[in-house]
Design a protein around this ligand. Structure first.
Ligand code: SF4
Ligand code: MG
Length: 292
């Protein structure tokens, strides 16, 4: 998207989106691949830093807005989607990207995940899913596997994990994808598609925590991930998408599972939210003068 203020703006590279401080993530953390992919994606789409807002909650991965050269907000644990919704409805021109982890997004913020998806707010939500709470040094999260031994489950987890992909589809998300941080080229493409999609776009990313999750490691994923685009897949078929999303054996799929390209975003359905223009004032029973 171009806007009149950007006439003559120079095309940027991923390097131009490097933040003022370097990540403090553990060496080998999957989140490096996610940050790298996001910097490439926004550069590839020709965006400028001032056109983007990156919002996060709390966690290792939620430190990401500090490491990227865009507008940024580091908000409360689990509340990033609520803050991002407000920002997007206040300024529709902004490209709003929400970044965080599985504990933050599917646990603490599970409520917002459901309702932002069903409202089809035009946001890109990137979840660095390492299947554990990393920042608090290794407790089970909503995506930890049944039986997983962690600091909080020394005898193994007795909980059934949620599946972010099927959950998002059932909640009404209009773009649902999964990537792997070890495949930056593929992840960059998924992020570009998610940002270009008009509506709520989830990119769940396998982003291994090399320090606390000894089950779902880089080796675990490297041997299993298969791209949906390398097989027959129809992104308009939600049943097929759910079936593929639930595969969890020697094959685990990445790619775009599901998309409704033309689902109306919330502000298009509600004139008051859309542009604050004459239509909105009429709906409120006000003249434009009264509304000033
Ligand atoms: Fe990454 Fe885990 Fe280290 Fe956190 S604790 S920075 S998630 S490897
Ligand atoms: Mg996590």
């Amino acid at each position: 998207e171009s806007n009149p203020g950007d006439v003559g703006a120079v095309a940027l590279t991923a390097r131009d989106f490097k933040g003022a401080v370097d990540p403090d993530w553990c060496p080998g953390c999957g989140d490096f691949g996610v940050l790298n992919s996001l910097q490439r994606a926004v550069a590839g789409l020709g965006l400028q830093p001032h056109q983007i807002l990156t919002v996060s909650g709390i966690g290792c991965s939620s430190n990401l807005p500090g490491y990227i050269n865009t507008n940024g907000m580091h908000t409360l644990h689990g509340r990033s989607l609520a803050v991002a919704t407000g920002a997007k409805l206040a300024n529709h021109e902004l490209t709003v990207v929400v970044t965080g982890g599985d504990g933050d997004g599917y646990g603490i913020g599970g409520n917002h995940f459901t309702h932002t998806a069903r409202r089809n707010i035009d946001l890109t939500y990137i979840v660095m899913n390492n299947q554990i709470y990393g920042l608090t040094t290794g407790q089970i999260s909503p995506t930890s596997r049944d039986g997983m031994k962690t600091k909080s489950t020394p005898f193994g987890s007795v909980e059934t994990p949620i599946n972010p992909i099927t959950s998002a589809i059932m909640n009404g998300a209009s773009f649902v994808a999964r990537g792997y941080s070890g495949d930056v080229r593929h992840l960059t493409s998924l992020m570009e598609q998610a940002i270009q999609h008009k509506g709520f776009a989830l990119v769940d990313v396998f982003s291994p925590c090399v320090t606390f999750n000894l089950d779902n490691t880089h080796n675990f994923f490297k041997d299993r991930v298969v791209k949906l685009e390398d097989e027959e897949h129809d992104t308009s078929d939600w049943k097929l998408a759910c079936e593929k999303a639930m595969a969890w054996g020697d094959t685990i799929y990445t790619g775009v599972f599901f998309q409704v390209p033309d689902a109306p975003v919330l502000n298009r359905r509600e004139p008051v939210l859309d542009d604050g223009g004459p239509l909105a004032f009429r709906k409120l029973g006000l003249s434009e003068d009264q509304a000033q």
